[in-house]
Design a protein around this ligand. Structure first.
Ligand SMILES: Cc1cc2nc3c(=O)[nH]c(=O)nc-3n(C[C@H](O)[C@H](O)[C@H](O)COP(=O)(O)OP(=O)(O)OC[C@H]3O[C@@H](n4cnc5c(N)ncnc54)[C@H](O)[C@@H]3O)c2cc1C
Length: 599
């Protein structure tokens, strides 16, 4: 049974906790799935152009992963370094991405970033400023000039507050705590999305003229990750793939070298970042045998080498049994005075002090942690189109801007730059009439809700437990060091896990366990793409490292695309475009990337 409602109706009164599959239908011209920076910026553009979208998030409004972005957002403003330009920003991005990025997409982002920063400032983002009032800029990650704008160490939070404030001012409606579980699609066109209200369990069918996926990335499919828990499980890419869109470059996952590890700190701290500034301020890395092992891998740069070099070195030490009992290595800055550490690393000092560790007295245990997913939905960067009519994607859910490795500060840039472009494009399309919902889509909705009903039942597998197993599986077979045999074993193990996932005890729809059951489905799809892509790509490039194929191979300057087919997941490749003459000139000028630890 269905009930029709428009976006403004109060849906809180519905009791959906029963066992039937009644659902409410909500109609909107554009459904934006995701209320992080990417979704919010897209919604603003739509609203400014006269189209009010409905924005959905699976947490409270304003409570998206974006709030954790601390370091900053990149734009070639030239506040500090006049020589900087959007073309040099693009050249840096391509260099760090090992030329797997979409050069035109990168240029689109870098060209508009000064405008996006000015606009954010105008809307109220309190960026740090120089003495003469310009937006302050600093180094962050690998850059040839200082181009990262920041709001202390809460840039993401401040930007999201601004965007949400602006969206509310424009009257953009939103629904919080709704999890989308499937897109209504016949593989050619998208008609809307299905999901459930996480507070009261009732089912929802959103009919929409267009759907924008802004649902974040997939780094949390790994057991140790730096992301917020229960986010970045791959919802966006998996929903798009299921609806008939293509994924790209899923094998590229950026690992931060120093995530917290060890029971001593408690489970909630597992994988959380220990800022690279600890190494920047003189911290040493030791293995369990007391060796300062970076001498073996990077005798000149030592602990200050690039993020991927240090992460690989740590992974090797652990793989070759020179790690600690907890599967980490030691990061030690205790040779510095306590006063120095307190002054230069105040929040790190405080965090560890609260956990009973004095950084001035003893080392901490760290191991690489999955930090950012470069892969995702394959889109057209001029429009956000996915190739499935009516389906668009934006933000960390997509692939193509960061190539084989992401520059710190570029992901926030991508969210606002492309959010505006996608919103503007969609508004131009006009969505006066919703497409009629074919009978096949109504059946699809009913079957899907019946499937969710069954998932809540009395199966024998605990979804949370399977998610943990999946995380371990990826760490083991598709972590930093990868090789053919292990990746094949990983795919076999994944097939077993998938079979067990068919017998879940999901529990009440309002329970965390039910959410885990839904997340598991998304994560299994993305995990398969990571494993297949990593096995297919017989080279080492950026964040993808094959111990059996060390080094980059020119013939592999190709993007890997994953598509659903009758036989399962099919893979093909595509050669990325070439940079424009302006970017080529910047590349030829040979600006050097300097690595600065911050995040
Ligand atoms: C610790 C850390 C620090 C970082 N620091 C920086 C930095 O300094 N600079 C930088 O540029 N980048 C940084 N990043 C990366 C950056 O935070 C993200 O790439 C960016 O915030 C992604 O924004 P987004 O809008 O695409 O997705 P998100 O902010 O992840 O938002 C996703 C939205 O989708 C919703 N959603 C997801 N699934 C569903 C579903 N099934 N149904 C309904 N809603 C759903 C969520 O509730 C949320 O509202 C950092 C990342 C980490 C982990």
């Amino acid at each position: 049974m269905t009930r029709n409602r428009s976006v403004g109706d109060d849906e809180r009164a519905i009791d959906g906790g029963g066992t039937d599959t009644d659902y409410d239908v909500v109609e909107t011209p554009v459904l934006v799935i995701g209320a992080g920076a990417a979704g919010a910026r897209t919604a603003i553009s739509l609203a400014e152009n006269g189209v009010l979208p409905l924005v959905i998030g699976k947490r409270g409004h304003g409570d998206a992963h974006t709030t954790w972005a601390a370091g900053g957002i990149n734009a070639a403003l030239g506040s500090r370094d006049l020589e900087d330009s959007p073309a040099i920003h693009a050249a840096d991005t391509l260099n760090e991405g090992h030329f797997l990025n979409d050069p035109a997409g990168v240029e689109t982002v870098t060209d508009v970033m000064s405008d996006r920063i000015r606009e954010l400032e105008e809307w109220g983002t309190p960026f740090n400023t120089t003495d003469d009032g310009a937006v302050e800029q600093r180094y962050f990650g690998a850059q040839s000039f200082r181009r990262t704008c920041f709001v202390g160490d809460r840039t993401g939070e401040a930007i999201l507050e601004t965007l949400i404030g602006k969206a509310q001012e424009l009257g953009v409606p939103y629904r919080e705590n709704v999890q989308i579980t499937k897109l209504l699609s016949d593989g050619e066109r998208v008609y809307g999305a299905l999901g459930y209200d996480m507070e009261n369990g009732s089912y929802r069918c959103f009919r929409a003229g267009a759907v924008v996926l802004a649902a974040g990335g997939y780094s949390a499919v790994y057991d140790r990750h730096s992301s917020r828990d229960e986010e970045n499980n791959g919802d966006g890419p998996a929903l798009a793939y299921d609806a008939g869109a293509r994924l790209m470059d899923a094998e590229f996952v950026q690992f931060h070298p120093t995530g917290m590890v060890g029971e001593r700190y408690g489970e909630q701290w597992e994988g959380r970042l220990v800022t690279e500034a600890v190494r920047g301020e003189g911290g040493y890395l030791f293995n369990a045998e007391g060796e300062r092992f970076m001498e073996r891998y990077s005798p000149e740069q030592m602990e200050l080498d690039a993020r991927d070099v240090v992460a690989r070195a740590i992974a090797r030490e652990i793989a070759e049994n020179r790690g600690t009992e907890n599967g980490g290595v030691y990061l030690d800055i205790s040779h510095r005075e306590q006063s120095f550490i307190k002054e230069r690393l105040p929040s790190m000092y405080e965090r560890f002090a609260e956990l009973g560790v004095d950084l001035a007295e003893e080392p901490v245990e760290v191991a690489p942690t999955a930090h950012y997913s470069m892969g995702g939905v394959d889109i057209d960067f001029e429009t956000g189109e996915t190739g499935v009519e009516g389906l668009y994607a934006v933000g960390e859910t997509t692939a193509g801007i960061h190539g084989a490795n992401r520059l710190g500060g570029n992901s926030l840039a991508e969210t606002v730059a492309l959010g505006k472009i996608v919103g503007d494009h969609l508004a131009e399309e006009g969505f006066a009439d919703l497409p009629a919902l074919p009978a096949s889509q109504k059946r699809l909705a009913e079957e899907h809700f019946a499937g969710l009903e069954a998932m809540a039942g009395e199966g024998s597998e605990d979804p949370e437990h399977l998610i943990e197993e999946l995380g371990d599986l990826l760490e083991t077979y598709a972590g930093i060091l990868r090789e053919e045999g292990g990746l094949s074993e990983g795919l076999d193990a994944l097939a077993d896990l998938r079979e067990r996932a068919g017998d879940l005890a999901g529990g009440e729809r309002t329970s965390r366990s039910f959410e885990y059951a839904v997340d598991l489905g998304f994560s299994l799809t993305v995990a398969e793409a990571v494993l297949r892509g990593a096995r297919e790509r017989r080279e080492s490039r950026g964040a993808h490292f094959r111990t059996d194929f060390e080094g980059k191979r020119e013939e592999w300057r190709r993007n890997l695309l994953y598509e659903r087919s009758l036989e399962g997941m099919s893979l093909e490749t595509r050669v990325p475009g070439e940079p424009s003459s302006a970017i080529q000139e910047a590349l030829d000028a040979g600006y050097e990337l300097d690595y600065h630890q911050l995040e």
